[in-house]
Design a protein around this ligand. Sequence first.
Ligand code: C5P
Length: 197
Amino acid sequence: MQFTVAIDGPAAAGKGTISRAVAERFGFAHLDTGLLYRAVGMKGGDPVAAARALSEADLARPDLRSLEAGEAASTVAVLPEVRAALLEFQRAFARREGGAVLDGRDIGTVICPGAEVKLFVTASPEIRAERRWREAGAGEYADVLAQVRARDARDMGRADAPLRPAEDAIPLDTSALSIEDAIAAAARLVAARLPTR
Ligand code: C5P
């Protein structure tokens, strides 16, 4: 069975947690596509060459979840040649046998416009900044909020594959939801679209 779940949304909205949980619940493979851009950003040198030569070792770097890697990712992610170099890998992953969940910014719009389920996970910038700030356990809330807003502006304002919901994406606002409730809501939406066996 081929079955693709596309989960898009801004940084710290809960996409990653929801995607991992949905993949586990239904036995699907999961790809955090942000890691691809993070790995390209952290490799240094020419980002287009880095994207074309991305290896397993690049994706296994321990520092890919850092704030620095997130910033580097959103800088290289504006380059159309970088996005083009990463496209086929993501599409092949999406169509693998047994089902796949991909989370990112342009999965429902560009990478997998035919995905069986498209979710657009959001939360207010203040709530997302608060989550990030609590996770980090250090620094100033105001700085984290400024970073969240700057990353949103860069991701939504770029010309190539900007962050926006696909027309047929289902919005899921997690501002007032617990993690458990957000996962349950997403799982219900996926279950409703699974082919009956
Ligand atoms: O989701 P994550 O925070 O790991 O993504 C890091 C950055 O990579 C994003 O801010 C965005 O600029 C870029 N990205 C993208 N398209 C994706 C996934 C991530 O442009 N599908």
